[in-house]
Each structure stands twice: as structure tokens, then as C-alpha cells.
Design a protein around this ligand. Structure first.
Ligand code: FAD
Length: 458
């Protein structure tokens, strides 16, 4: 049997390839601190390296797992003893910023936060934003079609990608580094790879759209009495603030109280309310934006839509508000805890959550379900904690969360993808015809099934 580690060293040089022993120094992922167990770990410096490594693995039929920042939530980058990992970490350059055309050409391993900060220095703005910004990579964001907190205004990662370079399973480099907003010359091939979770090719470079940097940012943490008011307040913001509403995040009261327990996040307002919303508006008019934001909140008070609100008066206070939404470490301290990411129409959310909460209580006497979400996008996250040991807890929680979704035409994955974790449930959100078409694409582009095999479907 071929020693793939030695073959890769011969092809790329020893500096770019870690042995199984050296790879064990690394943690498996953000969620799993156990050591990585693989046949070899390749750290390519450029597209040509990726192409050579893939051509070799394809020739020998060795499975490859692509690693970005390893913050993915569905075990899509799970390594295994017999697999080769290709990590994009050394391909982290920002190659070019076109300040006139407002585009950036980047390597796929560039960390999201590094990129956000760099374009900001040039008065520009990259609006994709999520809690894992400090570790996730732009290539990983593209491969998962990441969403995050600004989708309500700017769309998902797909909306921000103009061009892409991708290496196919056999090493072929497919370069579609388009820089224009309009280009209808035949199929838009990059769309195939966005959200394909590393199963159709390895993304090596991207052309990204940039926006004008906002000059104002107004943020409030708002307490509300019921879910109807959460929806009404969203509409109120959309009407009064129009397109400037860039984030509208909801936390059910139990979630808010759990993440603001003593020793965790600080709560700027009373912790006893039924619902909390983080609303943020961005603009370019320092004179008037704040007033408009305040007036919107005042009107909401007058209409008795809201109970209480804290407005940030500094970046530090803004961060404090966002911590309550983004830092959920308090929930992960004791296990097991299962994270879900579903989408469904806003009008059905309350009924759906009521059903899930009831089912959790029925299943486990002390069981907990914490709910939050990017509600403007129809996206909810749930943390289910059975609060008791036992076998098959994850499957039971899956049933509770996923089964009721079909009656509302919901999706088992709003933004995290399917990975290996949810593939059993793919058929809940996609028809047989759709899944067959996905499999046909996979077998056409990767006939030996070497790229992330077992991710999305078997
Ligand atoms: C605290 C926290 C908050 C989060 N919040 C959000 C959120 O709000 N919205 C959201 O959408 N997600 C969120 N996530 C999930 C995660 O951050 C995103 O899915 C992110 O886009 C993954 O990027 P990554 O570089 O870490 O990819 P990885 O985890 O390394 O990989 C994810 C998948 O993409 C594949 N892949 C990675 N890089 C490439 C590449 N260059 N080419 C081809 N395939 C590749 C991998 O094989 C794997 O299947 C959050 C995660 C954490 C830990």
C-alpha cells in the first residue's frame, strides 16, 4: 500500500507536509479538543501546491478533507486516520484591493476578521460577520455559504462573492476570478461550489464585493414581552429605518438569563424579561442617524411594543451588548449540549418553539432548550441540554427539533450546512430529485469520491 505522506513530501517538500505524529499536536476542531488523527496534513503555499496534492491523492484514491478555520458546526471537516487533510492556513494573503471597483482578491485561508480590519483601513467594509470571525477563513465561509448577523441587510456569503478559483478533485484549476457584478456569459460556475462544503472542489482564491464603510452605527438591547412584539418591532424598524437595519437578533428570556449568569456576560438591563432583541442600524449621516434611531425606539415605547432598552454610547458598550448575543460559553460548561440551526417562516416560529419546548420537557424532566436567532432571516438556533446522562440523547434531540419542521416547510440547516452531522436529515428539507441531482454533480466532478467523502450524503 502506498505511503501517501511520503509521496506528498516528495511532491511538495517536507516543510509543507506534516506527518501523522506532527498533526496529532493539533486539536480536531473548535468544538473538539482531541488530537487530530490523519495520514498527513498538507499546508499548501499556493494554488499549484493544492493542485499537485489533489492530483496525487486522486491518482491513489486517497480521501481528502479540506480544513479552513475549523469553526464549522456540523462536523464537515472531521479528519480520519486514513485521510489527508489539506489546510488552507498558509494561503492567507489579501492579493489586491480595487478601491474604485470595490472588490478584493484574496486567498481562501485569509481569516475573516483580518480581512474585515484590512478593508476598514481603506474606508471600505466587508459585511459578512459572525461570532467565529477571529478563526473562520474566507474560503470556509464560501464553502459553507456562511450567514451571520448582517444577512438581513447584505445577504449571505453567496451575495458577496464575485469570482472564485477552485481546484477540482483531479487537480484541474478552474479559475472564474470575475470582478464584475454583471457577467451572464454562460453558467455561473462559482455558484456550484458556494455552500458545497468541500465536496466538489477546494476553493483557493476569491474575488469579494466590498461596501462603503458605514460612518454611524447605533445599537440597542431591547426587552419585550412576547414574540408578537418581537415581530412587530422588526417591522417597525424596517419601516422607520429602512435599509439601514443591519442586524436584528432575538434571544428568548431563558437563553438571555443563562448567558448573563454571574461570571459570564454583563447584562445592561434587567434580566427578567421574556424576550431580548439586539437591533443595529448602520448609516452615513452622523447628524441624523442617531436621532432617527432614538425616535424609532421612542415610538416603539409609545406604542407599548417594548419594555426596556439600553443604547450603546461607546464601542465598549456596543461590544458589551453583542457579547450577550455572541458569547454562549456559559451554555457549554456542562454537557451534553446539542446545537441546532433551523429556518422556517417567521409566522410559524412561535408555534414551532412551543412544540419543541414541550417535547423537551416531556422527554427529560430537567431538560433545557435555549433559543436565539437571526430572526429577520427566519433562522433560529437552539441549544438542547437533556441535563441527564444516557444513550441516544443526540438522536432524541434531533427528532424533537427536526420532526416538526416539515409541517412548516422549514429547513434542517439555515446556515451551518449538513456536514456529517445532519446528513440523515437532508431528505427532510430536500426532495429525492434534488438529492439525486446533487449526487450526479458530485460523481461528475469527483468520480473517485475523494473530496470530503461522507459529507452532505454518502
Ligand atoms: C462561535 C461561533 C459562531 C458561529 N456563528 C455563525 C453564524 O452566525 N453564521 C454561520 O453561518 N456560521 C456560524 N458559525 C459556523 C462557522 O463559523 C461557519 O460555518 C464558517 O463559515 C466556517 O468557516 P471555517 O473556515 O471555520 O471552515 P471549517 O470549519 O474549516 O470548514 C467548514 C466546511 O467547509 C469546508 N472547507 C473549508 N475551507 C474550504 C475551502 N477553502 N475549500 C473547500 N472547502 C472548504 C470544510 O471541509 C468543511 O466541510 C459559527 C461558529 C462558531 C464557532
Amino acid at each position: 500500500m502506498v505511503n501517501i505522506y511520503e509521496c506528498l513530501v516528495e511532491e511538495l517538500g517536507a516543510k509543507k507536509v506534516l506527518s501523522p505524529t506532527d498533526a496529532r499536536e493539533r486539536a480536531t476542531s473548535y468544538w473538539d479538543a482531541s488530537p487530530m488523527n490523519v495520514a498527513a496534513l498538507v499546508r499548501p503555499s499556493n494554488t499549484d501546491d493544492v493542485s499537485k496534492a489533489l492530483a496525487l491523492c486522486n491518482a491513489y484514491g486517497v480521501a481528502v478533507v479540506t480544513h479552513g478555520g475549523l469553526s464549522g458546526c456540523v462536523e464537515g471537516a472531521k479528519p480520519a486516520e486514513q485521510k489527508v487533510v489539506i489546510s488552507l492556513e498558509s494561503m492567507n494573503n489579501i492579493d489586491h484591493l480595487d478601491l474604485v471597483g470595490r472588490t478584493a482578491t484574496v486567498e481562501a485561508g485569509c481569516i475573516l476578521e483580518t480581512f474585515q480590519n484590512t478593508v476598514k483601513e481603506h474606508g471600505l467594509y466587508f459585511p459578512l460577520d459572525l461570532g467565529a470571525r477571529g478563526s473562520c477563513q474566507l474560503g470556509g465561509n464560501a464553502a459553507t455559504n456562511a450567514g451571520g448577523i448582517n444577512v438581513i441587510r447584505y445577504g449571505m456569503m453567496r451575495n458577496l462573492i464575485l469570482g472564485m478559483e477552485v481546484v477540482l478533485a483531479d487537480g484541474t484549476v478552474l479559475s472564474s476570478m470575475n470582478q464584475m457584478l454583471k457577467n451572464n456569459a454562460g453558467y455561473d460556475l462559482k455558484q456550484l461550489f458556494i455552500g458545497s462544503e468541500g465536496t466538489l472542489g477546494i476553493i483557493t482564491r476569491l474575488v469579494l464585493r466590498l461596501e462603503t464603510a458605514p460612518r454611524t452605527c447605533n445599537t440597542a438591547l431591547i426587552a419585550l414581552n412576547n414574540f408578537g412584539q418581537v415581530v412587530d418591532l422588526l417591522n417597525h424598524f424596517k419601516v422607520s429605518m429602512a435599509d439601514s437595519l443591519s442586524a436584528y437578533e432575538v434571544m428568548w428570556g431563558e437563553h438571555y438569563r443563562a448567558v448573563t449568569e454571574e461570571g459570564w456576560n454583563k447584562s445592561p438591563i434587567d434580566r427578567s424579561h421574556p424576550f431580548y432583541v439586539v437591533a443595529e442600524c448602520e448609516g452615513v449621516d452622523p447628524e441624523n442617524d442617531k436621532n432617527r434611531f432614538l425616535k424609532t425606539l421612542e415610538h416603539a415605547f409609545e406604542q407599548e411594543l417594548i419594555l426596556d432598552a439600553a443604547l450603546s454610547k461607546s464601542e465598549a458598550e456596543r461590544q458589551e451588548i453583542w457579547e450577550t448575543r455572541e458569547n454562549f460559553e456559559a451554555l457549554l460548561q456542562t454537557g451534553p449540549v446539542f446545537l441546532y440551526d433551523v429556518s422556517l417562516p417567521i409566522k410559524n416560529m412561535e408555534d414551532y418553539i412551543t412544540q419543541v419546548l414541550n417535547d423537551v420537557q416531556k422527554q427529560w424532566q430537567k431538560g433545557q432548550c435555549y433559543v436565539l436567532g437571526h430572526i429577520g432571516d427566519g433562522n433560529l438556533h437552539l441549544f438542547i441540554k437533556p441535563e441527564e446522562p444516557g444513550d441516544g440523547l443526540h438522536d432524541m434531540a434531533d427528532n424533537i427539533v427536526y420532526q416538526p419542521l416539515s409541517q412548516f416547510n422549514g429547513s434542517v440547516s439555515a446556515e451551518h450546512g449538513i456536514g456529517t452531522e445532519k446528513k440523515k436529515w437532508l431528505g427532510h428539507s430536500r426532495s429525492n430529485a434534488e438529492i439525486e441531482m446533487m449526487k450526479l454533480l458530485k460523481s461528475t466532478l469527483d468520480p473517485k469520491n475523494i473530496l470530503n467523502p461522507g459529507v452532505i450524503f454518502n
